[in-house]
Design a protein around this ligand. Structure first.
Ligand code: FAD
Length: 641
């Protein structure tokens, strides 16, 4: 029987040995306090293995063979009603029967109480089988989880302080409805004139005399937007002045809008309208909706003005989710290309024996292993941080020292997750596109036809670097965080440089030495960017009293001017940092589990020349283009005056 869990040794490595389940299980089981929960990690892991095996078999047998059919059936839209084809309907009946929608939800809400990591491993397998199925599936349990998290944040979830079980939560009934497969939701952020630039969002919400909220505006590109429960970001603070902080991100609030209700007489009452379903390059089985709200009744979530902050809380999860989704697609591309290359003959041998094709396949394999290491580690750090926050909120900890320990752990893990997540989202999404393209190339002419499905993978992959924050937006985040952290603590940065240099020359372990050399290249590129970026700022400090320097230096950055050089190289730095992070992780694995040494060796062999190239680009190119841009911007500013 085909099974996408059992047939994947790299995935199994993480399940069996590479992933530290114990702390995660302990946090998920609230310190083993609940009477109906697991008593130890062993018991929990047996259950997780069963679930993943069931998912692996289901997607391999019930989803993957129908992927082309899902693509052909697409989504239908008529008279404002959206419906899937019969294949998607049948698959979602199967998912509901297997009770997979509640995988990560607490038992008391009808779920199976698995860690998010189990869902993410499952979603990689779903994506390997079919991206549309994976996407729509994630808008069930994912939205129910969002309901729980938002309720926790705003303080409307109450726990039993002895067991940590949830006694009450704001969207209890809605979560149960989603868990049972009867409903799903959506996350509505994007508008026609506001995608990456969220400060431009214009949908708004207003209150009547009784304090009820009503939301008006148009949201576009909303995945599974024909669902019932929508988290919608809208402006609540009207302002005519662009310099008012409420004109930008600060004026946004988060709302829950129920877009329809099924009445007892069998009719459906609508509170928002799906205007159209986008005709897309790929993801044909996924409904991407344009939605209009016209004084739709809405419930405020959290505090007024906290919408952007609330959205960011779940952004890490969503971006890590796209990381796993992309890996699933990469795995499909790699396996499809490998099977075809082993079969297709050219010039006296199968094409996998031709050097160039063998090199493509080897690189694909090595990249998948590297990105999976980054994905598993990001998922672990992110989930521990979130679960620590839940434990602290649940009130089950009494000892002040224990509370302090959990608080500092939460902060540390959260910082690491914030650093790694954009690296993962960026690299996995970009690799999904390049690997799908390689799979098409390896198939030659049939790659360009629909016969094997390689072209579908490419069409499906193209959106990965666009949604949940484009690759460029990930890179801007990486650049901003990297430079800010070095500027805030130059001593720590200098220590890192010294340590890496020392290891690169003195380490006795040849792999540690090679990884340290890569770190030196990365730090040297960062140093160059810092020096270039700080140069203007430093010259502006001349004449000011020394006491004012730290404040003036760290504050009042003009992102348009001060960071121009760094912005230009943001994507290159992101690639470099992603390779560095992967090599560090693989080195750690190899030290613990010698069978991982070949994985590190393969990855390093390709990462080393790449790092030298990226370092050279960052330190020696770009000034000409920046000068040209500065001239253009200057001319435009003059014209405007
Ligand atoms: C299939 C699909 C599903 C989607 N699902 C959802 C959903 O469920 N909910 C939702 O709210 N949205 C969804 N989106 C929308 C998606 O998140 C946006 O398309 C994305 O954020 C980009 O916004 P945009 O399309 O307005 O592009 P723009 O923001 O206009 O960007 C255009 C280009 O400019 C680049 N760019 C923009 N600003 C900068 C900058 N400062 N520096 C450098 N480059 C920059 C971008 O990276 C991009 O390459 C979906 C989109 C698609 C295609």
């Amino acid at each position: 029987m085909a099974n996408y869990f059992n047939d994947n040794p790299d995935l199994l490595y993480y399940f069996e040995r590479g992933f530290d389940w114990s702390p995660l299980v302990e946090l998920t089981e609230i310190g083993y306090r609940t009477p109906d929960g697991f008593k130890d990690p062993k018991e929990a892991l047996e259950f997780y293995r069963d679930i993943l095996s069931v998912v692996g078999q289901f997607v391999a047998e019930e989803v993957a063979p129908h992927s082309q059919q899902i693509d052909r059936e697409g989504v239908r839209f008529s008279n404002g009603d959206t419906s899937f084809g019969p294949t998607m309907d049948r698959i979602f009946e199967g998912i509901a029967q297997l009770e997979l929608h509640g995988m990560c939800l607490p038992r008391e809400l009808g779920g199976q109480n698995c860690p998010l990591a189990v869902f993410l491993i499952g979603s990689e397998m779903f994506a390997r089988a079919d991206i549309s199925v994976m996407t729509h599936y994630s808008f069930h349990g994912g939205i129910a989880m969002a309901m729980l998290v938002y309720s926790l944040l705003e303080g409307t979830t109450h726990f039993d302080p002895e067991t940590g079980k949830i006694e009450k939560t704001r969207w209890m009934n809605e979560i149960r409805e989603i868990t049972s497969g009867q409903a799903w939701g959506a996350m509505d952020i994007t508008e026609p004139n506001a995608g990456s630039d969220m400060a431009q969002l214009r949908a708004f919400a207003e209150q009547d005399a009784q304090g009820n909220w009503f939301l008006t505006g148009n949201k576009i590109f909303i995945t599974s937007g024909h669902g019932k429960y929508h988290f919608v970001i809208a402006r609540t603070e009207k302002t005519a002045n662009e310099n008012d902080p409420f004109a930008g991100l600060g004026g946004l609030s988060m709302f829950m809008v129920k877009t329809y209700e099924d009445l007892p007489d069998g009719t459906r009452k609508r509170y928002a309208t799906v205007d159209r379903i986008e005709e897309k390059m790929g993801h044909h089985g996924s409904a991407t909706c344009s939605i209009s709200f016209d004084r739709s009744p809405a419930e405020l979530v959290g505090k007024r003005g906290d919408g952007f902050k609330m959205m960011l809380t779940l952004m890490n999860n969503a971006r890590i989710g796209v990381g796993f989704e992309s890996i699933g697609l990469c795995e499909a591309a790699y396996r499809m290309a490998t099977a075809y290359a082993a079969d297709r003959k050219s010039m006296g041998k199968t094409i996998d024996r031709h050097e160039m094709i063998a090199d493509y396949l080897d690189e694909m394999r090595s990249d998948i292993e590297g990105i999976r290491a980054l994905a598993m580690h990001s998922a672990f750090e992110n989930e521990i941080a979130q679960k620590e926050a839940v434990i602290l909120k649940a009130g089950v900890l009494r000892d002040p020292h224990e509370i302090e320990k959990h608080t500092s752990e939460q902060k540390r893990r959260s910082r690491t997750a914030r650093r790694l997540t954009p690296l993962l989202k960026y690299l996995a999404a970009e690799k999904a596109v390049s690997m799908a393209r390689t799979a098409v190339q390896i198939h030659g002419g049939v790659g360009y036809t629909k016969e094997f499905g390689a072209e579908k993978l490419l069409r499906d992959a193209m959106v990965m670097p666009i949604y949940e924050g484009t690759s460029q937006i990930q890179s801007l985040m990486v650049m901003k965080d990297t430079l800010t952290s070095a500027l805030k603590n130059p001593q720590r940065f200098a220590r890192k440089v010294a340590q890496a240099r020392w290891k690169a020359t003195a380490s006795r372990d040849s792999f540690e030495k090679r990884v340290a050399k890569l770190q030196v290249l990365s730090l040297s590129a960062q140093q160059h960017l810092l020096t270039k970026t700080a140069a203007d700022k430093v010259s502006a400090l001349r004449g000011l009293p020394l006491s004012e320097w730290p404040d003036r230096f760290l504050k009042n950055w003009d992102p348009k001017r001060d960071f121009a050089y760094a912005m230009l190289h943001a994507e290159r730095l992101t690639r470099l940092l992603a390779d560095e992070a992967i090599c560090e992780l693989l080195l750690e694995q190899a030290k613990k589990h010698p069978e991982r040494l070949p994985v590190l060796e393969r990855y390093l062999e390709r990462a080393e020349p790449r790092a030298r190239y990226l370092h050279d680009c960052i330190t020696s190119t770009g000034q000409r283009l920046l000068d040209e841009l500065a001239m253009k911007n200057g001319a435009e500013e003059k014209e405007a005056v």
